[in-house]
Structures are given as structure tokens and as C-alpha cells.
Design a protein around this ligand. Structure first.
Ligand code: HEC
Ligand code: HEC
Length: 265
């Protein structure tokens, strides 16, 4: 971390110097140019790492295998809490994890991030494995619902959500035809990988105004004896996540399948 601080200082110093030099020229549009550069740089980085989505739900247990292969615990510790002196980010903290979007984690893990010293896995792991890794990292803070937990929530989803989102969560419930926008399809990877858990919680708790998604916080399902308090809304978020993440191991079962092998490029 010491090293990071030094580097940041250096970057700040360079930036300050640039600003001084630029303002010395007295050209107003220069500062605008500076903003463009930052944006251009960001596009270049994400362009180099165009986000490819997985063909199927990433597997948390497979992600654990990649985590071990890549020695992520050297800095993050097995628990994700971070090895003192190597990483101060606590991946196991719910508060931290709930703010993270899967797609941002994918980009950092695969391609790194400007200004952050981080190993990149894009030349060592297949795209699918990188996604597995993202969902393993997320599970360190918030383990996915087990099959039993999922089965307990499913009937509540059935009587409160499926009328719009459909029994299979793909947005094709009987009411969906009358709704614009359509109810979300929980299998829509680009949509849901661009959401933090906090945002999903907020949308289920408070609804999406004018868009047909009702608010559930504080309501009750008397027939199912369920109160939609904050904790239950978190359960619903985890339920929704199970449509685009998986707890089934595939690599362990199928180590020879090509997509499960490290990429050779
Ligand atoms: C050499 C030490 C090191 C190794 C090895 C390492 N990390 Fe990290 N990781 C860090 C540090 C330091 C940060 C904090 C970066 C920052 O300043 O934001 C971090 C941050 C992260 C973050 C959070 C980034 C964010 O802000 O969203 C994720 C996710 C992550 N690492 C995943 C991994 C995975 C997966 C692996 C294994 C492929 C791995 N890391 C290997 C040092 C390491
Ligand atoms: C009356 C129809 C209706 C019901 C009932 C309903 N939803 Fe929705 N839901 C929608 C619509 C429509 C959207 C899309 C809104 C949009 O795209 O802005 C949506 C969006 C969502 C999203 C995506 C939010 C995002 O950030 O993209 C989630 C998650 C969600 N609903 C979960 C639930 C859950 C869980 C329940 C039951 C507890 C539920 N919905 C019940 C209509 C409904």
C-alpha cells in the first residue's frame, strides 16, 4: 500500500505540473481536452477488455478452483479479508460487496484498472472462468442461497412476483403483456451484471416509479406468513441472483472440457 501511495503522489505531482504548464499557455479549452483524455483513456482500457458475457450462469464452486489456481489468497487471504500489508480491501465485507457491480469486478480481475496494481487473468483464464471468479469473490461476502433456502423463497416469488416476471424469472408472466417496460428477465446477464446488490435491494424494496415494478418493503404475504422486511428483501435479491449465477460445479466434473482449461493465447 505504501508503494501505491508513493505512486499516487507521483501521479498527482505530474498532474499538478501538467495543469501548471497548461494554464501557463492560458488556453481555456485545454481543460476540456484534459477531460476528453481521461474519457478516451477509459474507453481504451475497456475497449481492450470488451466485456464478453458468459453463455451460461457462472459457477461459484468453479470460481473457487480458479481462485486457488491464480493464488488470489496471497494478497486477499482465503477468507477474502485481505493479508495485512498486501491488500486493505475486505472482499468478505457485506457492506463493501453489496456496492460492487459484477461487471466492474470482471473488468478489474480480467484487465486491471488504470492506477491500480493488480494481477490480470485475461491471458491465463477463459472468459467463463473469469466470470466464475467474479461470483466466487462475491460469495465470500454473500454466499448464494442453498437449494433449500431457494426452495423456501420460491413459493413467495410464485405468489408475489411471477405474475409479472414469470415462474422461470424470464419476464413472461401473464401480466407482462400489458407492461411497458417489460418486467425484467433475470437471465439478462448484461442487465444484472451491471447492478450492485444495493441497487437490486432498493428496486425491490421501493419499486421503480412509473415502471410497473411495485415496492415491497413493509408489505406482507399473509397466506405465506412472510413479512417483507429488510432481511427478506435481501433474500429476494439473492433469489434473483440465482437466475444468473450457479452453485453447480462443472469444472470439477468436466476438467477436460476445453472452455474449462486455461486459455492458451
Ligand atoms: C499482489 C496482490 C494481489 C493479488 C495476487 C490479487 N489481488 Fe485483488 N486486490 C489487491 C489489491 C491491493 C486490491 C485493492 C486495489 C485498490 O486499490 O482498489 C485488490 C482488489 C481486488 C478486488 C476489488 C476491486 C474493486 O475495487 O472492485 C477484487 C474483486 C479482487 N482484488 C480480486 C482478485 C482476484 C480474483 C485475484 C486472483 C486472480 C486477486 N484479486 C489477486 C491485490 C491483489
Ligand atoms: C406488477 C408487475 C410486477 C411485479 C408483481 C413484480 N415486478 Fe419486478 N419488475 C416489474 C417491471 C415492469 C420491471 C422493469 C422495470 C424497468 O425496466 O424499469 C421490474 C424489475 C424488477 C427487477 C430489476 C430491477 C433492476 O434494477 O433492473 C427486479 C430485481 C425485480 N423486478 C424483482 C421483483 C421481485 C423480487 C418481485 C416480487 C417480490 C417483483 N419484482 C414483482 C414488474 C413487476
Amino acid at each position: 500500500m505504501q508503494f501505491h501511495a508513493e505512486k499516487n503522489k507521483l501521479q498527482l505531482a505530474t498532474l499538478a505540473l501538467t495543469v501548471v504548464l497548461l494554464s501557463a499557455c492560458g488556453k481555456q479549452e485545454i481543460s476540456l481536452k484534459g477531460q476528453e483524455d481521461t474519457l478516451a483513456q477509459r474507453t481504451v482500457t475497456s475497449g481492450q477488455g470488451v466485456v464478453g458475457y458468459p453463455d451460461d450462469s457462472p459457477s461459484v464452486p468453479d470460481g473457487k478452483i480458479a481462485w486457488e489456481q491464480m493464488n488470489c489468497a496471497t494478497c486477499h487471504a482465503d477468507s477474502g479479508q485481505g493479508v495485512p500489508g498486501k491488500c486493505s480491501v475486505d472482499l468478505a465485507s457485506k457492506e463493501y460487496a453489496r456496492k460492487q457491480k459484477p461487471v466492474d469486478q470482471f473488468e478489474l480481475i480480467s484487465y486491471g484498472r488504470p492506477g491500480v496494481e493488480h494481477p490480470k487473468v485475461s491471458d491465463k483464464l477463459s472468459r467463463r472462468q473469469a466470470w466464475n471468479l467474479v461470483f466466487y469473490v462475491r460469495s465470500l461476502a454473500e454466499p448464494p442461497l442453498t437449494d433449500e433456502e431457494w426452495t423456501a423463497v420460491d413459493p413467495v416469488f410464485g405468489s408475489n412476483c411471477a405474475v409479472c416476471h414469470g415462474k422461470r424469472g424470464v419476464g413472461d408472466g401473464p401480466l407482462s403483456k400489458n407492461l411497458e417496460p417489460q418486467p425484467a428477465n433475470f437471465r439478462n446477464f448484461p442487465r444484472f451484471y451491471d447492478r450492485s446488490d444495493d441497487v437490486l435491494w432498493d428496486h425491490v424494496a421501493h419499486g421503480i416509479k412509473w415502471e410497473g415494478m411495485p415496492d415491497f418493503l413493509g408489505k406482507q404475504d399473509k397466506a405465506k406468513n412472510v413479512k417483507f422486511d429488510s432481511d427478506y428483501i435481501w433474500k429476494l435479491v439473492q433469489y434473483v441472483r440465482r437466475f444468473h449465477e450457479s452453485i453447480v460445479p462443472t469444472i470439477a466434473a468436466n476438467p477436460e472440457k476445453s472452455e474449462n482449461k486455461p486459455s492458451t493465447k
